[in-house]
Every structure is written in C-alpha cells, then in structure tokens.
Design a binder for this molecule. Sequence first.
Ligand SMILES: C[S@@+](CC[C@H](N)C(=O)[O-])C[C@H]1O[C@@H](n2cnc3c(N)ncnc32)[C@H](O)[C@@H]1O
Length: 242
Amino acid sequence: MTVEEFQEQEEFTADGWRDIWEKGQLDQSAEKVQAQLVQFHSLLLAPQRTNRIFVPMCGKAKDLLWLAGKGATVVGTEFAAYACESFFKDNNVPFDVVDLDGVNGKAYFSTDDKLNITIYQCDHYLLTSSMVGFTFDGVWDRGSFNSVPTKDRNKYVNHMKTLLTSTATMLVVVVEYEIISQSDERHNIPSAEECLLSAFAPSANIEKIDRSITEWQGVYRATKATILNPLRLELVLRGTPE
Ligand SMILES: C[S@@+](CC[C@H](N)C(=O)[O-])C[C@H]1O[C@@H](n2cnc3c(N)ncnc32)[C@H](O)[C@@H]1O
C-alpha cells in the first residue's frame, strides 16, 4: 500500500463520522475533561480578556463545558447532529437550535446565561468570523488537526488563520502511532507533528510544551493498516499563527 492509498483510506466523509457517532464509538472520548486542557489552560485563557475560544471539530467534548465554566465564550464546529445534541443533553445544559443562514447546518446554543456555548453543526470549513460575529483569542484543538487527512492539513491551518485574532494562541494535542500495513510494510507517513510544523511555518511560532507516552488502548479505525506499536505519543503544541 502506498502512502497515498493509506491517506485515502484514512479519510472520513461527513456520513462516515455520523455513522461512527451513531454507533456510539466516540461517546467514551467525551466522558471527561482532557487532562491537558486542565493542565495548560492558563496558556489559553487570559485573566483580563473576553476569552473567545474555538474548539474545532469538537464532537461532544466535555472540554466545551469546562471552558465555559471558566467564563470563556466557547464555539465549536461539528458535523454530527447526534454529537451536538448529546453534548447539551448529557451535560444538562438547556439549549436551542436555529438553522444557519446561507449554510447547510444548524447552530446549537446554550440558553443558560452563565454558559456561553455554541456548536455550529456544519462543515467546519464553512464557518466564517462573520457568522460567529468575532474572531477568536484562542483555540483548543484536541484530536481535530489529528483527524484531518494529511492532504487537507494546509487547508485546515489556512482556514483557521481566517478565524483568529493576530495574537491568538492555539493549543494542539496530536497523537501519533507507528503504523504498518498488513503486508508488514512500514509507512513513511509524515507525523502529525511534522505536518503541523510545516503547515504553520514560517508564519508561526510553534512550541512543544508537553510530550507523554502512554499505553495505547484505543481502536484504530483504518481497515488495511494496523498499529505496530501499542504506545501513544501525545504532544501538546502551542502555536501563534499569523
Ligand atoms: C476524533 S473526533 C475529535 C472530537 C473532539 N475534538 C474530542 O476531543 O473529543 C473528530 C470530530 O471531528 C468531526 N469532523 C471531522 N471533520 C469535520 C468537518 N469537516 N466539519 C465538522 N466536523 C468534522 C467528526 O464528526 C468528529 O466528531
């Protein structure tokens, strides 16, 4: 299998993601707030600021609730209506839903005055700062850049830049595995870290702020490739795109 074939099979359509959600395969990932967010939130949230935080491709991450509990204005994007609805229901946050103007999708938003959370249920790449009404001070990206097919990663970064203030900080958690195909062929697939560096460079400072290796317990979704090394390398990177 070539790298191109691997990357193709890695790709998920909107229906593919919806299907995974409806089968309950991602519910577990939203059970708790991510430890890295709790550990590194002070790099993202400034005391004297509005703290408009973007959580791209958010699923039903509890992180949205945690950030809003810290007083942030939180906005997510997510394809799957199931994930958007479950986020509010599972966390007992009252919400309302409206159709988006000119874009195929809906906005799910908290009606609790103390929790400012909106999830745009639409293709992430259709979100604009004029839809939201502002640009973001920070981004919490856990598993989003990671789930973007390698060939779309520049598109992801370029789109992200249109949504941010000039001093915004991105915290990105990337996970890497060593992958081989069934024919025991090792892949020379660029790591997520390499992709992030090349997608942002030269107009960003990228700083590695944490690196942890844990025993791998997940289920890798690719059909023709297997995980060789049952270890999971998690990197937390901080970037300031221009
Ligand atoms: C691996 S999950 C990560 C979820 C979340 N960030 C977390 O930490 O739990 C990736 C999510 O991105 C969503 N997604 C992928 N591509 C998308 C797109 N183009 N627009 C909107 N959502 C997308 C999928 O539906 C899925 O919920």
